[in-house]
Design a protein around this ligand. Structure first.
Ligand SMILES: NC(=O)c1ccc[n+]([C@@H]2O[C@H](COP(=O)([O-])OP(=O)(O)OC[C@H]3O[C@@H](n4cnc5c(N)ncnc54)[C@H](O)[C@@H]3O)[C@@H](O)[C@H]2O)c1
Length: 290
């Protein structure tokens, strides 16, 4: 999608960190941006920034919990009422949920899966049919993580599972939308300086019952960013470029390539050396493998 001027982007988790970096960059490229976010303090700070650079009239801030389906529809309606059709959907809202799987309660699972996968599902279900229907083309960006392409670490079971799901979902969506004029990208960020440590503050009431992750999330809340982690505007620039160039994969930090290589090598090495079937042809036809 090359012509972004005057078009509209809807960005979940758009009021902080990587989402805000994307919002600033897309606004800088002449787009109008809707920042939909759970946290009012993040929305207020983001709006104040856009006011400070005289861009506030191109920005609509909406309070939204991406797990709230009627709320998502209302946010989409409000966005279209203000700016017209949505062309770019950025499913970025996510929580850095950490803790041992053995301790994970159903509330922990439902929160992690609900936001990191369910939020993307709700974005797609709510906005994608509208994007296809207006026929002007567009782009969907889903935020996964470097955790989707490297070997899952201890304590990252829920997080890594959600991000691997977003990678797979995005690949499938790209194939499905190939003829619609809507491109798909999956953003796999390495470390950025964001507020992801605040996960425990971003827990919607409906998932706030029982947790086995109290100690892990407390520890995360005190984690300091390393000095060489990256400014989220860098992610914004990479996303802008991927939208323009219609690139599926957005990998951000080359330093992680050896870890991804080791991960995929481990998987590839586990394949049996000899084929099990006499031919792949029929199987490829049945499963649509290209
Ligand atoms: N920070 C990193 O280095 C990093 C690395 C890999 C992937 N990511 C991913 O990037 C995305 C953005 O994270 P970030 O690091 O910018 O963190 P962040 O906390 O700075 O921003 C995330 C935003 O999402 C919002 N949010 C959380 N739950 C929500 C919900 N239920 N509904 C709507 N909004 C909600 C938060 O209020 C926050 O404003 C996430 O999907 C995260 O998993 C981040």
């Amino acid at each position: 999608m090359r012509d972004l001027e005057g078009k509209t982007a809807f960005i979940t988790g758009g009021a902080s960190g990587i989402g805000l970096g994307i919002a600033k960059t897309l606004a800088g490229a002449g787009m109008r941006v809707v920042i939909a976010d759970l946290r009012q303090d993040h929305l207020d700070a983001a709006v104040a920034w856009f006011e400070s650079v005289q861009k506030a009239r191109d920005v609509l801030a909406i309070r939204l919990d991406v797990t709230d389906r009627p709320g998502f529809k209302a946010a989409a309606d409000a966005a279209e009422a203000q700016f017209g059709p949505i062309h770019v959907l950025v499913n970025n809202a996510g929580v850095g949920i950490e803790g041992p799987l053995l301790e994970a309660t159903y509330d922990d699972w439902d929160w992690g899966l609900g936001v990191n996968i369910g939020g993307v599902v709700n974005g797609i279900r709510t906005l994608l049919p509208r994007m296809v229907a207006h026929g002007q083309g567009g782009h969907v960006v889903n935020t996964a993580s470097m955790a989707a392409v490297t070997r899952a670490r201890q304590n990252f079971g829920i997080y890594a599972a959600t991000k691997a799901a977003i990678l797979a979902l995005s690949e499938s969506l790209q194939a499905e939308l190939a003829e619609t004029g809507i491109g798909v990208s999956v953003l796999c960020p390495g470390p950025y300086k964001t507020n992801i440590r605040e996960a425990k503050l971003n827990r919607p009431e409906k998932f706030a019952g029982e947790t086995g992750f109290g100690a892990s999330l407390e520890k995360l809340s005190k984690r300091e960013d390393a000095s060489n982690w990256t400014d989220p505007l860098d992610a914004g620039e990479r996303v802008l470029n991927a939208i323009r160039e219609d690139q599926l994969y957005i990998l951000t930090h080359g330093e992680f390539k050896p870890f991804a290589e080791a991960h995929y090598k481990g998987i590839l090495d586990a394949f049996p050396a000899e084929p099990t079937m006499d031919s792949m042809e029929e199987t490829m036809r049945v499963f649509g493998i290209k």
